[in-house]
Every structure is written in structure tokens, then in C-alpha cells.
Design a protein around this ligand. Sequence first.
Ligand code: 5GP
Ligand code: MN
Length: 339
Amino acid sequence: MTNLQEYNEFMSVARRVVIVTHYKPDADALGSSLGLSAFLKKDGHRVTVITPSDYPAFLNWLPGNDEVVIFSEAVAEKVKSLVTEAEIIFCLDFSALSRINSIGEMIQKATGKKVLIDHHLEPEKFADFEQWNPKAASTAGLVYELIIELGERVKIDNAIADCLYAGLLTDTGGFRHNNTRREEFMIASDLVSLGANPTRVSKLIYDTNTLERLRLMGYVLSEKLVVLPEYKTAYMTLSQEELKKFGSQSGDTEGFVNYGLSIEGIHLSVMIYERKDEIKLSFRSLGEFSVNELARKYFNGGGHRNASGGSSTDSLGVTLEKFLSILPEYQEKILSARV
Ligand code: 5GP
Ligand code: MN
């Protein structure tokens, strides 16, 4: 971490701490936040984890989940006072304050110290302390590395290890994506020796479906998956109506985009779906072709080179048209991408 000594001195007395992660948090966002929270509590800090929105039910098992404050208008004042009164605010798994909606403005105005722990490309500079590494596969891994840097490995218990392992597991796609370095295996190995249970975590995250989600997946794959061979691209769209028809819940579409990329010869996959108030896009690509650049340029988003997201305020149809219209610009790069 940058300014580690200063950080250490600051944290040598019990602090009021807020940990914030991104909108619609995934297992890395929530796992790293809850792991860090449990760790900080061991030193007597008073910690609150705040999420800007709800998250999938398959993350509810994460230790500490019950204490998460989920932002809504009903708790806006409470969140505001937590952020305003915090002596230190940790921002985990995102690096653009716009990704956390109105909480971003609260943080900008807040006088507490700010810590960025993240692995996304092109971070905003707003933090006093940074644990940032775009090569790291997960924010959970960065939290682990921070704990090690602090010489506090002994404080990692089963619960913390499970939280961090969950983030590491999912952001590497089960140790399969090209962000899986030697370090990821080393961290996983150490977390297991500290009590993480890989079988249980995998079961809870990957092999726990509702029947509705499986039916939705069947529908998407059989009816909604479109392949454009001339662009080596696959796309899927889902409207609110379709999502409702299948009784789907927050997070049910997670991972669908990967099926597009798994088709032989496909180098770019996108999933475009309707949320209540916006259109969400999920991009996956192979090799050198950067969806981070595409998402940033056209869809107000970003992420990593091969896994990015974005959003749009246009309709689902207009968003799809826009996506299709930019394909010629990227055609050459998409076609020449290699694993
Ligand atoms: P997913 O497609 O799984 O939602 O996200 C893939 C990656 O892109 C994740 O690392 C996620 O944090 C990032 N990401 C998703 N949506 C957005 C967005 O709207 N803006 C930015 N900057 N990053 C995003
Ligand atoms: Mn992450």
C-alpha cells in the first residue's frame, strides 16, 4: 500500500470506518468488503459495510452479510451520516466514484481519509492510501496482500478466509481466466490453510441455482443467443418483461455472457439486459481485444481488458443497435484476437 507507515499510524487507534463497494456488488466486491471488515473489527474499529444497491441472494451466506447497510432512499440519511462521520472510508473493487451513485458525492465531500483497494484499469485519483494493482485478479487478493504487508496474517480466521476466497474464486472464473497468475494460486493456497473451504464456497456460489434461473438460462441459450460469424461475436438481450416472465431475481443473469464467449471461434460476447432504470451491458473478449476500451468509449463503463461492463439510458433496442453499429470499427481487432 502507498504510505503504509502513515496508514499504520492512523489505524493505531480505534476508528469509525466505512467500507463501500460498487453498485450491484459481486462476490469479489462483497467478499473483499466483508473480509476486510471482519479483519478491522479485530482491532476494535467500528466498521460499517455499505453497498449502493442490493445483490444476489447467492451471496447472503457470506459471513457478516447481516450487518451490511444496503443503500435505499429510506436509509439515505443514515448512510450520509455514516459517510460524513467516518474517520476513514475504504473504497473496494471500484475506482470511479460515479459507480456508486449518490454515495460517490457523499464520499467526495467527506473529510475522512480515503483508501482505494482495487484492480480495475484507469482509476480515479481520490484516495490518500492506495492498494491498486490491475494485474491482481481480485480485490479480495489485494485485501489479503494488505493484511500480509501489515504483518497480521494470524488475524485471518475461517470467516475472513472464506470471504476472500469467494472473491478470488469468482474474479478468476474459477481460476480459469487469463488474470490467474501464480500469485492467485499462492493466495488461494494460503487462504485454504487459514480455513477457507473451497468445496463449500464453490457449491454456494456456482452450484446453487433456483429453478427459475436455470429455466431463464435455457431460454437465453436456445432463443436469445445470436451469433455474428463475420464479427466473431455473440450477443444476447433480455428485456424486463422476459426477466419478469421467468421470475428472475437480482444476479440471475450473472455469467450468461461467458457462454457466448465459450462458442468455438467467438472472440467477443455481450449480454445486454434491461434493469429497472437503465440498460446494463456485460462484455467478454479474448486475448488482445480490449472490451475495457469499447465499454469506456461507447457505454459509459470500463473494467478489465477481457471483462468489462457498461450502461445506457437508451432503450434496449436502441442500445443493441448502437452496439451493432460500432462492430465495423472493431472488426479487424476482434477477428485477430488470440487466446
Ligand atoms: P460484469 O460484466 O460481470 O458486470 O463486469 C465485468 C467487469 O467490469 C467487473 O470487473 C466490473 O466491476 C466491471 N464493470 C461492470 N460494469 C461496469 C460499469 O458500468 N463501469 C465500470 N467502470 N466498470 C464496470
Ligand atoms: Mn473485482
